[in-house]
Design a protein around this ligand. Sequence first.
Ligand code: F6R
Ligand code: MG
Ligand code: MG
Length: 364
Amino acid sequence: MKITLSVIKADIGSIGGHLRPSRTLLEAVREHVEREKGSLVIDYRVSSTGDDIAILLSHRQGTGSSDIHKLAWDAFMAGTARAREEGLYGAGQDLLKESFSGNIKGLGPAVAEMEFEERENEPFICFCADKTNPGAFNLPLYLGFADPMHCSGLILSPKMSKGFIFVIMDVANTEKDRYIELNAPEELYDIAALLRDNERFVISKIYSRENGEQAVAASTTRLHNIAGKYTGKDDPVMLVRVQGSFPAAGEVLSPYSIGHYVAGFMRGSHNGPLMPVKAGSGTSFFDGPPIVTAVAYCVHNGRLSEGVDCFDHPYWDYVRRKVARKATELRQQGFSGAAMLPYTELEYGGIVEKMRRLESRFRD
Ligand code: F6R
Ligand code: MG
Ligand code: MG
């Protein structure tokens, strides 16, 4: 019987600015989802990454189920009421529409979902990132699924020698989903040519070419394309099935040792290195740095095992120190050049207003 995993994440309020939700807020969301355990949902976990709360659900309703999406929406609404009571900052920030209309996609929260036939052993990793956008997963997915420098299984495992299909979304197209399917390894250069542009092209799914099974589902929503103005960065989520005909957990995690520069950080308007952190970590330095959490589970008949916090290991302390150094280096040049995002990606309107005012003072 098929199982569906859904991870749905939103910023509905946090302490001290955009740093971390309160424990009581997490509890309010958890209490709401708990009511459906054993009926609509088989199992669930509620966690936080930076200022966002993620609900991971296992169920049999398939992807895009309005009942599942409504459950998450209602849980975030209940959480928002609690955040308002507590006076938390940005209460309900990511709930961009007044009411639920059948699908939570396009209403603000980030969503990644995957339906599949459970393998005998079904390990997967749930990734959540904060203070960045969906393109942040492009490079680690490329390296984890198409580069033997990180994924040794591409050379060593006969189950992976055919490679993977990358489904890449053009997120600039807001009318409808516009995507392309490209094959690794034959079309690696085309894949790289698109993934170079993290703001426009985003990996939404990856499939095994050995058996057609889906390995990855990632969120691709761009909040400022929904609201037409700054409403927070998109703070993506992603589900990755691992082992067997997919890369091993460690191969999928390996590229996060780079701390590659991503868009986001302070006011969603800067570049900064992506820091792998422990689940539940907040943000701090310059409202960042951009962070990613990864919790691994096994799912069996829809029941989730206890989670293993992948970045809670001494190795990642070394990576975090390196990434902190990279963040400090780039921050030293403040607003200049590569430190701040280009004009089109700035999330606040201040520069546009300034340019308008200065325009009349230019002389030929
Ligand atoms: C970035 C983020 C923060 C805020 C910043 C200003 O995604 O959430 O960096 O942009 O703290 O927040 P406001 O405009 O709410 O005062
Ligand atoms: Mg926020
Ligand atoms: Mg956030």
